[in-house]
Design a binder for this molecule. Sequence first.
Ligand code: GAR
Length: 206
Amino acid sequence: MSSALIRLGVLISGSGSNLQAIIDRCEVGELPAKVVVVISNKGDAYGLKRAERHNIPGIFLPRKEFPDERSYNNAILSNLKEHGVDLVVMAGYMRLLGKEVLNAYPNRVLNLHPALLPSFPGAHGIKDALDYGVKVTGVTVHFANEVFDEGPIILQEAVPILEDDTEEMLAERIHAVEHVLYPRAIKLYCGGRLQIEGRRTRIKEG
Ligand code: GAR
């Protein structure tokens, strides 16, 4: 029944391939959720087109139209509230989310990162891991807090770095893992199976 669906607000900055993976899982009923709004800080984010194709409201909020971070984050918050969002999902949103949103959604903001945190945080997780020369990197889904890529970890999956990997080749394998891992973490959240204890997220039996 649609009233039982968890209402997702997805924040993006770019391609939105993870947004697409989430929309697709929702549409086939694999996720008991529905993407009700997509917010981007970039006007040319391809994810906005993906939202449009699925009749999901897509909102472009340019940071430069707001005098400071606080008012920018308050604008994000009012859009989330207006669409009755239950869970905020950052999917390639390349800005730090402000406490205005985090405080309004305590333990209800998820983030995805293309490396095994706490290794290689920041905007270039894939390139940084490759350049460093690690043999294994991966994907992390975690609860967001006020520090970039830092909150309690929900799921991680390793991705080996192969001898002749280029950034593009590695990125392709990382994205393929992301597209499965992020919906899986969202499903755990929707099922009420995540319990935060300090830095640890316990996954309760389903
Ligand atoms: C994803 O690889 C995600 O892990 C990364 O941005 C990409 C977005 O791809 N996020 C970060 O690096 C956050 N620190 P997408 O727009 O195709 O979903």
